[in-house]
Design a protein around this ligand. Structure first.
Ligand SMILES: [Zn+2]
Ligand SMILES: [Zn+2]
Length: 263
């Protein structure tokens, strides 16, 4: 279908795909959480229902630009998505994947940082931080304004940067998995990765947890590059229920009464 009905059908199909992908991925990790950390989501049923509602609304919004792209690609040959693996050198496959992640990360870092300014926070980002603590269902729990800022990056990129359809699939899979695992309340990766050389550059659940704990800093999506470059990296969070150590600049002197009690 090349006309308007085809375009609408494509947008609807994509919204359903994004919604089902969310339910399956978040559902799988919520189940895993029940096994690995029993009781972690106890008392959070209402919050989780809210997270699913916002996430399904986000899925609808994500599906529209994705549907337009899929329709334009199939019906008119728009976009720079290619299917013949020989069309570009093999080394370009991992490079294109990295390029997509880096551009998405850059866009996310700066829009996320902006959304932590008071007015933007109230209008667009408070919904995401209503999850305290977030669960595996919070992966796409965004206000529609925030969902829209996230929904347009990759659909815009496919018109500009050539990418093999399989590499694009990998980008979407990484985006989905990290969205879920970074919010599920426990760390998937072993400590030697999280605290090792790789963890210094890649965002893990332990890193994003700290963003949800202290509200400031750790704004990145996949990489710590921008946070480290701009001095907004607050380090790793903690999982033992104790509020994470705050950095020296965040730390306020203890009130005299509290200090006296401790002595
Ligand atoms: Zn935030
Ligand atoms: Zn988050």
């Amino acid at each position: 279908m090349t006309g308007q009905p085809g375009l609408i059908a494509s947008a609807l199909v994509m919204s359903v795909i994004v919604g089902v992908r969310y339910l399956l991925t978040s559902g799988a990790f919520a189940l895993a959480t029940r096994r690995v950390r029993p009781g972690l989501y106890a008392g959070l049923s209402r919050q989780m229902r809210r997270e699913v509602g916002w996430s399904l609304l986000s899925a609808l919004l994500y599906g529209i630009p994705a549907g337009v792209v899929a329709w334009g690609w199939q019906a008119h040959g728009w976009t720079r998505i290619y299917t013949d693996v020989q069309a570009w050198p093999l080394w370009y496959l991992p490079l294109s994947l990295l390029l997509y992640l880096a551009v998405h990360d850059t866009w996310f870092y700066w829009t996320h940082r902006l959304m932590h300014r008071p007015w933007w926070f109230r209008v667009a980002h408070a919904v995401h931080h209503d999850s305290r603590p977030p669960t595996a269902w919070a992966a796409m729990s965004f206000h529609p304004w925030e969902a829209l800022t996230g929904a347009l990056v990759i659909p815009a990129l496919v018109f500009l940067v050539p990418i093999h359809v399989a590499a694009l699939g990998c980008v979407l899979a990484i985006m989905t998995l990290m969205g879920v695992t970074n919010h599920m309340g426990w760390e998937l990766f072993p400590r030697r990765i999280v605290e090792g050389r790789m963890g210094r550059w890649i965002i893990t659940a332990t890193h994003h947890q700290k963003h949800h704990d202290v509200y400031r800093g750790n704004y990145g999506l996949y990489f710590r590059f921008w946070d480290r470059l701009c001095g907004t990296d607050k380090g790793l969070g903690r999982w033992d229920g104790v509020p994470p150590d705050q950095d020296a600049q965040d730390r306020r002197p203890p009130r005299p009464a509290a200090a006296a009690r401790r002595q």
